[in-house]
Design a protein. Structure first.
Length: 295
């Protein structure tokens, strides 16, 4: 459709500009998926609420309301929620940021400071941005990368790591839609049907999606399941046997068929954490996607 064609053309222009940085990142990153994952944890940026306010103002022109900034749980990035005001219309969309009962002109945002590994590969972050736009175009709510004051979906800022070294980190601003997590709801039949419909629409939206940075060695990729075998000794004995049996089944049944199985980009983590629940028509619950690392 015309909408998808425009998204792909926009990506192509941005991809050409970031190609040199992506090439450098590909050289720097370890092809071992476990080594890459360890680097992500080591290179998690150090930041606090005061720094979030600085980044929100200087990079995106939003003014967090007093007392609204909250540090969110994160695997390898630093995510900060804030309720904020802004005079920039390009940050506001009818489906984003606003909740019932909010004062006029206030919106909800997440300021995301990326880990050092992905900050070296802005092409992969751009891959995520484009995938999110396709999912939104398919009618499933998920965040979008909001433009910085310079008009870029990916901004950069100097930020320290735990060892005291300072690195250039990618920063994004995303709309936040207040909701409760799927894990806090009772999984009735209606909700499970809704969840199945959402995941199906996401898969369909991304069925033809491709991007150079989507082809990488990544421990969260199901095709890399066997790579977690070295981690078995870290598990409690009662769980270790279950995971070992699952790995044997994967290696004996799935791997021999891997060349014949269909592959595509997908959300990859439709679980209790990344899915939120909104009050919907006639009181039914409506599922929507939150930000997640797997694509």
């Amino acid at each position: 459709c015309l909408r998808r064609r425009r998204l792909y053309l926009a990506w192509a222009r941005r991809w050409l500009m970031s190609r040199s940085l992506a090439d450098a990142a590909a050289t720097a990153l370890d092809s071992n998926p476990l080594g890459d994952e360890e680097s992500r944890k080591v290179e998690k940026p150090v930041a606090n609420s005061a720094r979030c306010i600085e980044l929100a103002r200087s990079l995106f022109g939003i003014e967090p309301l007093t007392g609204s900034v909250r540090d969110l749980d994160s695997y390898d990035d630093r995510n900060f929620y804030c309720k904020a005001t802004s005079s920039r219309p390009e940050l506001k969309a009818a489906a984003d940021c606003h909740a019932c009962g909010d004062p006029p002109g206030s919106f909800h945002f997440v300021v995301k400071v990326h880990n050092g590994v992905e900050s070296l590969s802005p092409g992969f972050i751009e891959c995520q941005n484009l995938a999110m736009e396709l999912v939104r175009a398919a009618g499933v709510w998920c965040p979008r990368a909001l433009p910085s004051l310079e008009g870029r979906q990916i901004a950069f800022a100097e930020q320290p790591l735990a060892d005291g070294s300072v690195r250039r980190h990618a920063v994004r601003c995303l709309p936040y839609r207040p909701a409760c997590l799927l894990g806090s709801a009772l999984p009735g039949a209606a909700l499970l049907r809704e969840l199945g419909g959402v995941t199906a629409r996401v898969s369909c939206a991304l069925s033809a999606f491709d991007h150079p940075e989507a082809h990488r060695t990544f421990i969260w990729d199901l095709a890399q399941t066997a790579a977690i075998r070295p981690l078995l000794p870290l598990l409690a004995p009662e769980r270790r046997a279950l995971i070992a049996d699952t790995l044997r089944d994967f290696e004996s049944t799935v791997l021999p068929l891997s060349d014949r199985l269909p592959r595509q980009a997908d959300h990859g983590d439709a679980s209790l954490g990344p899915l939120g629940l909104l009050s919907g028509h006639r009181g039914l619950l409506s599922a929507h996607l939150g930000p997640s690392r797997p694509i």
